[in-house]
Each structure stands twice: as C-alpha cells, then as structure tokens.
Design a protein. Structure first.
Length: 146
C-alpha cells in the first residue's frame, strides 16, 4: 500500500530560502524497505516520477561514485532499528551527483516492532564538472576570520 499526499501531510521542510529538504517513508516489514511515500520536494529535486519511485528501494539513487562503505553504514543503521544520521553521494535522474544528509528514524508500533522508516533528507551540494556547488547557503552571513 502506498501513501498519497491526500493521506499524509506534506513533510517537505523549507526554512525561508535557506534550503530544501524532503522526506521518504519506507516499509520496514517488506524486504528491501521499498518506498511507500515520498514528498513532493523529493520528486521535484531528484527528477524521478512517482511511478519510478513507489515500490522500489532507495538503491536507484546510488551511482558509480557512491561509496559502498556509506551504503553499508545505512544498512547497519536500518538493521539496528534505531535513529541515525549519515551522509551519502546520491544521483538525480539526470545523472547529477549530490551529497545528501540523511536522518533516518524507525516508526514503531505499540509492541516495539518497526513498521516503517522515515528518512528526512537534505541535499547539501551538487557536483558539476568536478566542482561542488552548494545546494543551499550554509550560513546567512559570511564567515569572518577571527
């Protein structure tokens, strides 16, 4: 069963014009943790369509330079069934690589069983022609030397 925006509030997070984040909810009780819900900002930022996303795990976001160690960190975090943070190099549909900060939390039912995982994701920077370009300004004011 997949969620729609009619059933869930939009989980996109935008603070002023500082940055854009998005959310994904996966089904922990199904092998591979397939995506059951993705916020509108996920589709807008990554370029994927709901048809390409729902029912699939997040592996389609990985690409040739995604670190196997980073993937393993996420797998271990999911298996621990505890909240965790990680950073990974993902790819948009058009092939643009981007560094993404993940905050993943298990959603548990009354008996403690994990039913879903909620992943709050913030793209940090994109890589264009080998150079990193921030997706968001990290600071409102320029940093000054002390």
């Amino acid at each position: 069963m997949f969620y729609s925006s009619l059933l869930l509030p939009e989980f996109d997070h935008v603070t002023g014009n500082e940055h854009i984040s998005y959310s994904v909810i996966t089904s922990a009780s199904v092998t591979g943790n397939p995506i059951a819900y993705a916020s509108n900002n996920f589709f807008l930022y990554t370029g994927y369509s709901p048809k390409e996303v729902y029912g699939n795990d997040c592996n389609f976001l990985q690409g040739p330079d995604t670190s196997p160690e980073d993937v393993l960190t996420i797998i271990r975090g999911l298996k621990s069934q505890r909240s965790f943070q990680s950073t990974i190099l993902n790819y948009k549909r058009d092939g643009t690589p981007f560094w993404c900060q993940l905050q993943i939390t298990p959603l548990k039912v009354h008996n403690g069983r994990t039913l879903r995982f909620s992943a709050f994701q913030t793209p940090l920077c994109e890589i264009h022609d080998g150079a990193m370009k921030p997706v968001m300004p990290l600071f409102k004011e320029p940093l000054q030397a002390i």
